[in-house]
Design a protein around this ligand. Structure first.
Ligand SMILES: C=C(O[C@@H]1C=C(C(=O)O)C=C[C@H]1O)C(=O)O
Length: 185
């Protein structure tokens, strides 16, 4: 099956893309997801490293980072857990040039949340959020949440270009159905 590009929106999801309200609060959150998940799950929060290394980004990612297609970047994929269940799947793409200038720690994170670096000091800026309602055939769905598609519910994702010490990295997050299980708002 041909994998489609995600249709990213720049507007807030509840206006333009009809993201259901309880989820929209997570999707448009401007602070650290790590901090929010820790607040919600406490010691039940954890990061499971799925893959990390020099990879060729998808064309969608290369374009957003203005990278030459086919040029490798440092790619990190994780699942963020709330208790026993994954609630977020994340994929970060870090161009080679972004690993300079004090950013070398980005390749040595392991199970330390990326958000701890990105939201640590004043050294990070972020570009506007992009939101997507994922379709089963979108490459991001297939890559990060193929198992969640069987729930038959729409999956939502967001992506942001963060600038750590002025250097860009793309972070995409898919919000899994379990994030809203026993949601009390
Ligand atoms: C960007 C953040 O970091 C989170 C942790 C990530 C990781 O450890 O790879 C990736 C994306 C985020 O869900 C955040 O906390 O907002």
């Amino acid at each position: 099956m041909r994998h489609l590009f995600c249709r990213w929106y720049r507007q807030a999801p509840h206006r333009s893309a009809r993201c259901p309200e309880p989820l929209a609060a997570w999707v448009v959150r401007t602070g650290s997801l790590t901090t929010a998940l820790r607040r919600r799950y406490g010691a039940g929060f954890g990061v499971r490293l799925i893959d990390e290394g020099w990879r060729i980004p998808y064309l969608d990612e290369a374009r957003r980072l203005e990278l030459r297609p086919g040029r490798k970047a440092w790619v990190r994929e994780v699942a963020l857990y709330g208790g026993e269940r994954p609630v977020i799947r994340a994929r970060s793409v870090i161009p080679m040039r972004s690993l300079r200038g004090g950013n070398r720690g980005l390749t040595r994170l392991g199970t330390r949340p990326l958000g701890e670096l990105l939201f640590a000091g004043a050294g990070t800026l972020r570009e506007p959020l992009e939101i997507a309602r994922l379709r089963d055939e979108d490459w991001l769905t297939r890559r990060l949440a193929a198992d969640a598609v069987s729930f038959g519910r729409s999956l939502w994702a967001r992506r942001t270009v963060h600038r750590l010490n002025g250097r860009p990295l793309l972070v995409a997050e898919v919000f899994l159905p379990d994030l809203l299980e026993d949601w009390d708002g």
